[in-house]
Design a protein around this ligand. Structure first.
Ligand code: PLP
Length: 354
């Protein structure tokens, strides 16, 4: 007789992308930023007095939430901070989905969503994205028995961003909470942050792991009408954000220019990498994120290309899942890294053809 809940014993759990300790690899597998965070973060780290750690952190992370909500013209009561946006997604499921309830999400998308449903003891309601990997027009109807619907824009692992107004229609039609996961929004042409003021049932989440170059810090934010934030505040761990994260996160927010500069470079490199791969016969999905999903030419299968790249020191992501198993996902690195990557791909394709 297992000691854990049967819902937990039954599931495999979420598998994060590989984090090799071996620095030999060019790491293009978990959508980290190749550039360092703001110099202000470095300065704040250097001047942080460890004696402060004797005391607990601010359980409400008020200063950080205030700074995050200010550019939107909103107060801190519109924001909640989490230990990464994964923490916020866990809080969301615990807040909005009953045990025995249902959680809806689109597919293919971030593979954590169904795992969170399983952990909560809720039914999964997967909704297939359409041929362009956009949420179908009847998403709200298909999600009807769920109390929480998670949508990801730009979507991972496909990189595309659906039309804002089609998402707005879903938010209007769905009676429960719509969570828009905007982990990659800083790399996109537009975003849906204004939806939190347009709709009473919308939450938009962001992460510092991608555009802010702070994946190791673990910091995420979600914005929503104050009544939804207040409910989530009851569910989160009391001190879910440590003191150092609050200090460094604030420093990062004070220097958006460094983040935006890095984003610009990554977008330019994304364009160059896309063109280079297309010239080699790849089909590349249009991306608004810091990664691309690319289908290799028929000379080599995606899984074989993933393994051959690994042998040459390039770690990308391969998902052996419906609709994406013919593709590899490549995080955008520096121009130099991408040049080496394109060369490695060329050599592998040459070998496959010969
Ligand atoms: C779509 C999406 N949402 C959320 C996350 C989690 O980000 P965080 O590092 O903030 O937990 C990721 C990470 O890869 C992601 O791809």
């Amino acid at each position: 007789m297992p000691l854990a809940r049967s819902a937990i014993v039954r599931i495999a759990g979420y598998t994060p992308g590989e984090q090799p300790r071996d620095r030999r690899y060019v790491k293009l597998n978990t959508n980290e930023n190749p550039y360092p965070p703001s110099p202000r973060v470095a300065a704040a780290l250097r001047s942080f007095d460890p004696a402060r750690l004797r005391l607990y952190s601010d359980p409400l992370a008020t200063e950080l939430r205030r700074a995050a909500a200010k550019p939107l013209g909103l107060g801190p009561e519109w924001a909640i901070a989490g230990n990464g946006s994964d923490d916020l997604l866990t809080i969301a499921v615990r807040t909005f989905v009953d045990q025995g309830g249902a959680l809806a999400y689109t597919e293919p998308s971030y593979s954590l969503y169904p795992v969170l449903a399983d952990i909560q003891g809720a039914t999964r309601v997967p909704i297939a994205l359409d041929a362009h990997f956009d949420p179908p027009a009847d998403t709200a109807a298909r999600a009807a028995r769920a109390s929480l619907l998670i949508l990801c824009r730009p979507n991972a692992p496909t990189g595309n961003a659906c039309a804002r107004e089609s998402l707005a229609a879903i938010c209007r039609d769905f009676p429960g909470v719509v969570w828009i996961d905007e982990a990659y929004a800083d790399f996109a042409e537009d975003n849906c942050l204004d939806f939190v003021q347009r709709f009473p049932n919308v939450v938009v989440s962001r992460t510092f792991s991608k555009s802010y170059s702070l994946a190791g810090l673990r910091l995420g934010l979600a914005f929503a009408p104050p009544d939804l934030i207040a409910e989530m505040m009851k569910v989160k761990d009391s001190y879910n954000l440590d003191m150092l994260t609050q200090v460094l996160g604030l420093a990062a927010l004070e220097d958006r220019d460094t983040m935006l500069g890095n984003v610009q470079r990554i977008r330019a490199t994304r364009g160059r990498l896309t063109a280079a791969l297309e010239a080699m016969g790849f089909a590349v999905l249009p991306s608004q994120a810091n990664f691309i999903l690319a289908r290799p030419p028929s000379a080599i299968a995606a899984g074989a290309l993933f393994r051959a790249l690994r042998e040459r020191g390039y770690l990308v992501r391969y998902f052996d899942l419906d609709r994406v198993r013919d593709y590899i996902r490549i995080t955008i690195g520096t121009d130099e890294e991408m040049d080496g990557f394109v060369q490695a791909v060329g050599a592998i394709l040459g070998q496959a053809a010969g």
